[in-house]
Structure formats: C-alpha cells, structure tokens
Design a protein around this ligand. Sequence first.
Ligand code: ZN
Length: 133
Amino acid sequence: MPRAKKMTKTEMKKVFKPLILKEIEKIEKEVRMLSGETASEEKPSVYSVHMADVSGEIYEREFSAGILSKEYETLSALRYALEKIERGSYGVCEACGAPIPKGRLKIMPAALLCVKCEEERQKELNGKAKKLF
Ligand SMILES: [Zn+2]
C-alpha cells in the first residue's frame, strides 16, 4: 500500500469539511426522527453508510435508545473532527501521528485513528470485554 500523504488545509476545508457537515445534518435529522417517534417501525439508514458490514444487522435489531446513544456518539465525533479541521490537525492518527488514508476518511469522516491503530484498539477493547466476563 502506498504511504498516504498528509493532506493540505485547503483539502481539509474543501473536501472534508462539507462531508462532515453533511453527515452532521443527516444524523441530526435522524436523531430528531428517533426521539420524536421511538415507536416507529422505520429503521434509520445511517448504518448502511457507517457500518456497511456484518455488524449492521446487529445494530438494526437494537432498540431506538441504543441507536440514539450511538448517534450522539457519532455526532460528537464529527464535531470533534470539525474542530480538528479548524486547527489543521485533521486526518492525522491520534495514536501514532501517521496520516489517515483519505479513502478511509471519506467513508468515516470522523475517524481519529489509522487502520492499524484502530485494529489494535479494537483488539484491546475485546480483550477488556473478555476480562470482564
Ligand atoms: Zn495510527
């Protein structure tokens, strides 16, 4: 895999800022919908974008409350990403300082870690979960 280049400020503002703002708008709409009609049978579509993998099905079966708290989590992550754009530190892994590939950021604009560190964090989380039980 070719090493990803650090992105420029112009790129952050022209490409990723609108992307993040659009995501925030979308999720805010879904949060309003979910909190307004929790009894609704309608399923939010956000996970078809964010979790386009096997876990999507599990999430769909979760209660609205669970989805809502997940939505708030995503929202705060997106707002944090916006702050990072303003500071010019967007797109850099918070754990190892390596540039996060743009392709990854386009799918998950709120990503704070590169693929390698994200995998390690997941492993760590899984390890902790096992210790708890
Ligand atoms: Zn990293």
